[in-house]
Design a protein around this ligand. Structure first.
Ligand code: HEC
Ligand code: HEC
Length: 204
C-alpha cells in the first residue's frame, strides 16, 4: 500500500528530484499523538500562549522538519529544543510537522503606533537603508512559500519574531539558510525590527 502511494506521488510529480532522497511522508494523525510532548509550550494545536514560544500552527511542514533537524544536530543552538528534538526520528518529525501544518494559526494584533512603519518594511522594504521587502519571500498574508521552504509568519508572536530578527542580525542564528535572513536584517535598526515584528503579529 505504501509503495503504491509513493509510486502515485512520484507519477504526480509531488516529489521534486532534489528532495526525493530526504523526504519522509508525514501522517498528521500519528503526529497529533506525538505532538502531545510539545503541547505544554507550543499549545495543543500549535497556537502557543507564551509569546517567547513560536506558534507552529499552519507552519510549512518542510520548514518544521528542517528546524527540528537543525536543533537535533545543534546547527540551530537552543538547549531546550535540542533536548526535545534529540529523541525524534525522521518519521516522528515528518508526522509532527504534518499535524502542525494542518492547524490554523490564531492571529494577534499589531500595535497601532508601529503598524504603519511595519507595513512599509514588510510590503516595500527600504531601498535607502538596504532592507528588502519581506513580502517577496514570506507572501502577502505571511503564508510563506512551501516550495522554497520560506516559513509562514502570519500571526506569529511579536516577541518571538523580534528575538529571531535580533539573532539573525547578531549572527547568532546560523543554521543552514540563515544567511538569507542575516543579509535581510544587517541594516535594520532596532526600531524597524520592532515595527515589522508588531506588524507580523497581526498579519493574515
Ligand atoms: C519547554 C518548552 C518547549 C517544549 C516542550 C517544546 N518546545 Fe519547541 N520551542 C521552544 C522555544 C522556546 C523555541 C524557540 C527557540 C529559539 O528561540 O530558537 C522553540 C522552537 C521550536 C521550533 C522552531 C519554530 C520556528 O518557527 O522556527 C519548532 C519546529 C519546535 N520548537 C518544535 C517542537 C516540537 C515538535 C516539540 C515536541 C517534540 C517541542 N517543540 C517542544 C520551546 C519548547
Ligand atoms: C529572499 C527571501 C527572504 C526575504 C526577502 C525575507 N526572508 Fe525571512 N526568511 C527567509 C528564509 C529562507 C527563512 C528561514 C531561514 C532559517 O532556516 O533560519 C526566513 C526566516 C524568517 C524568520 C524566522 C521565522 C521563524 O519561524 O523562526 C523571520 C521572523 C523572518 N524570516 C522575517 C523576515 C522579515 C521581517 C523580512 C523583511 C524585512 C524577511 N524575513 C525577508 C527568507 C526571506
Amino acid at each position: 500500500m505504501k509503495r503504491l502511494l509513493l509510486a502515485t506521488a512520484a507519477t504526480l510529480g509531488i516529489f521534486s528530484s532534489a528532495q526525493a532522497d530526504v523526504f519522509v511522508n508525514g501522517d498528521a494523525e500519528a503526529g497529533k499523538t506525538k505532538a502531545a510532548a510539545c503541547a505544554g509550550c507550543h499549545g495543543v494545536d500549535g497556537n502557543s500562549l507564551l509569546s517567547s514560544n513560536p506558534k507552529l500552527a499552519g507552519q510549512n511542514a518542510k520548514y518544521v522538519v528542517a528546524q527540528l533537524q537543525y536543533f537535533k544536530s545543534g546547527e540551530r543552538d537552543n538547549a531546550v529544543m535540542k533536548g526535545m528534538a534529540s529523541g525524534l526520528s525522521d518519521q516522528d518529525m515528518a508526522d509532527i510537522a504534518a499535524y502542525y501544518s494542518a492547524q490554523t494559526p490564531k492571529v494577534g494584533a499589531a500595535d497601532e503606533t508601529l503598524v504603519h512603519r511595519g507595513e512599509q518594511i514588510y510590503r516595500g522594504g527600504d531601498k535607502e537603508a538596504s532592507i528588502p521587502a519581506c513580502i517577496g519571500c514570506h507572501g502577502p498574508q505571511g503564508e510563506g512559500n512551501p516550495g522554497s521552504n520560506y516559513p509562514a509568519l502570519s500571526g506569529q508572536h511579536e516577541d518571538y519574531v523580534r528575538a529571531q530578527l535580533y539573532a539573525y542580525r547578531k549572527e547568532q542564528r546560523v543554521n543552514p539558510k540563515a544567511d538569507i535572513m542575516m543579509g535581510v536584517t544587517r541594516y535594520m535598526s532596532d526600531k524597524d525590527i520592532d515595527a515589522v515584528s508588531s506588524y507580523i503579529q497581526g498579519l493574515h
